[in-house]
Design a binder for this molecule. Structure first.
Ligand code: PRP
Ligand code: URA
Length: 208
């Protein structure tokens, strides 16, 4: 499995701000989107380009254009929506394939409740966005869904990942590429990442 912990100073600074107790919904939401944009920059570094001949202001020239059907962004409801604006800032024309999964608070098992994928998934790179990779139950189920739809190349962007979840996703889907702003210490007995961010969905939406 390709695993990149993106240790760019801007990402580390912004993630540090997100970890503060008592952070406002507004600030958490803004930072989630900003870090998502920076992770997108890193995760798209290896996209293939093709030459395109155009008329430039000073005459004909060759420029580069991203090859193929391009990307579909896959935000996992609901917390993944908090990262979507930052990803769209960098890839404004991307098709968005929304999936809804919620972790049962007792069993920690993901319950899938929504799936609306764009067309030709077999020709696209899927970019999953979700702030937290904890036990990886949600991610494994999402990748199962995308592969069932024909997806062949899948990348995932996360703000924080737990070692336990990384081990599980590597066993279930070793072909996935993971980009995360941090690999934290461990999960607590309730399946929360420590030091983590707390409940990312609640912080993005201002619930609880
Ligand atoms: C959170 C988070 C991930 C999932 C991670 O969502 O955004 O989707 O938990 O946990 P896992 O790796 O153990 O599966 P949650 O289920 O709290 O739903 P929400 O986004 O609707 O708040
Ligand atoms: N979901 C969250 O929002 N936070 C965690 O730490 C784990 C799962």
């Amino acid at each position: 499995m390709k695993l990149v912990e993106v240790r760019h100073p801007l990402i580390q600074h912004k993630l540090g701000l997100m970890r503060r107790a008592g952070i406002s919904t507004k600030e958490f939401r803004e930072l989630a989107s900003e870090v998502a944009a920076l992770l997108t920059y890193e995760a798209t570094k290896d996209l293939e380009t093709v030459d395109k001949h155009i008329d430039g202001w000073a005459g004909p020239l060759t420029v580069h254009q991203i090859k193929g059907k391009k990307i579909t962004i896959v935000p996992i409801l609901r917390a993944g929506l908090g990262m979507l604006p930052g990803v769209l800032d960098l890839i404004p024309a991307a098709k968005v394939s929304v999936v809804g999964l919620q972790r049962d608070e007792e069993t920690l098992q993901p319950i899938a409740y929504y799936e609306k994928l764009t067309g030709r998934m077999d020709e696209r790179i899927a970019l999953i966005v979700d702030p937290m990779l904890a036990t990886a139950g949600t991610l494994v189920a999402t990748v199962d869904m995308l592969k069932a739809a024909g997806c062949k190349r899948i990348k995932g962007l996360f703000l924080v990942a737990a070692p336990e979840g990384l081990k599980r996703i590597e066993q279930a889907h070793p072909d996935i590429e993971i980009y995360t702003a941090a690999i934290d210490d461990h999960l607590n007995e309730h399946g929360y990442i420590l030091p983590g961010l707390g409940d990312a969905g609640d912080k993005i939406f201002g619930t609880k």
